[in-house]
Ligand binder design. Structure first.
Ligand code: PLP
Length: 333
């Protein structure tokens, strides 16, 4: 069966669906991967997921999955918090992700989303202990926005961040996104691009779907993992690039709201948003309102790293096709 394109009059054409996804051990045609409507909503209660990017490098004509190890490690940690076991080990999931990308013949930047949930007709609200989850992996084209020069306008949300004893933010859980959704809906209603969320102690935690850094006097500062953040892979990558390559020291400490207003630079980072400069917070201009010097250098370096064009970080890039790969890749395959 071929995927269909739905076009509504007056709207942009709907995204073409991928040809294949991966479901519990096998590649399945997109249109055949259905669940019964009675399960709508309930399976999502226990669902945890990952957002991973794969970047195309035109030089080697290969697709590189960025930081796959860190993402799979976090997926297993999210499952553990849910008391869910995985029927697939790390290597099987790596091969599954690569197989979805190859089956769809992607030759451009891609966003990959593995998701694990309690299937088999078990409503997600029931207590379930150490039972295997089902795993589905989807992938769709998603061109990188790195270096487009855009700056985001942000507000400090009137909603607070969920906390570890309520809905642990450390788990990348679908249900946690209700918090993000309140925040982003409020931002949009008030004309902002992203909301920044304070935790219940009133300190900065993160943006609605991304972590946050501020720059003050040459130091990059980011809230610690105990501030109600999702332990972001990109946040950790930024830390290493700043310290090892850019000569910018990084400090993890609590950040207060008014520090956002007086910072030299503010940016948010995550797999989906990549690295996004913030030009204003609550209509206070940040720096000169444009892309600051550190964000600019960081973005350039980050783009080379994710496309496997920086020799020292090649172990972060897992090749999908292993074509004319001129770099010595140390990735496990
Ligand atoms: C996924 C996510 C991030 C970013 O994490 P990365 O590992 O960098 O993609 C930040 N905040 C929330 C709430 C997230 O779900």
């Amino acid at each position: 069966m071929t995927s269909q394109k739905v076009e509504k009059p007056g709207s942009t054409p709907a995204r073409e669906t991928p040809r294949y996804l991966w479901r519990s051990g096998e590649l399945v045609e997109w249109d055949k991967a259905t669940v019964h409507v009675s399960m709508l909503g309930w399976t999502a209660i226990s669902a945890v997921f990952e957002g991973i990017r794969a970047y195309w490098d035109p030089q080697t004509e290969d697709l590189y999955i960025f930081h796959l190890d860190a993402h799979l490690k976090r997926l297993f940690q999210s499952m553990k918090i849910m008391r869910m076991t995985s029927p697939f080990d790390r290597d099987q999931l790596q091969e599954a992700i690569s197989s979805v990308l190859r089956a769809n013949e992607y030759a451009g930047d891609v966003y990959v989303q593995p998701m694990a949930y309690f299937g088999g007709g078990i409503p997600g609200y029931l207590a379930v202990l150490e039972r295997p989850g089902e795993v589905v992996i989807t992938a769709r084209p998603s061109p990188s926005n790195l270096g487009n020069g855009k700056v985001a306008s942000c507000n400090v949300s009137s909603w607070n961040r969920i906390s570890d004893n309520v809905m642990p933010p450390r788990a990348k859980a679908i249900t946690n996104y209700q918090n993000s959704r309140y925040v982003s809906t409020e931002s949009q209603a008030n004309g902002y691009d992203f909301g920044i969320i304070l935790n219940q102690q009133g300190k900065v935690s993160e943006a609605s779907y991304a972590c946050i850094y501020i720059l003050r006097d040459g130091v990059a500062i980011t809230p610690p993992v105990s501030s109600g953040i999702l332990e972001s892979v990109t946040r950790q990558v930024v830390k290493e690039l700043c310290e090892n390559d850019l000569g910018v020291p990084v400090v993890e400490r609590e950040v207060e709201r008014t520090e956002l207003y007086i910072a030299d630079e503010v940016f948010i980072c995550g797999t989906a948003v990549e690295i996004q400069a913030v030009g204003s917070v609550d209509k206070y201009q940040v720096g000169d309102g444009g892309v600051g010097p550190v964000v600019s250098r960081l973005t350039d370096l980050f783009e080379r790293v994710v496309r496997n064009q920086e020799h020292s970080y090649t172990e972060w890039c897992t090749p999908v096709y292993e074509k004319a790969n001129t770099l010595t890749s140390t990735s496990k395959g």
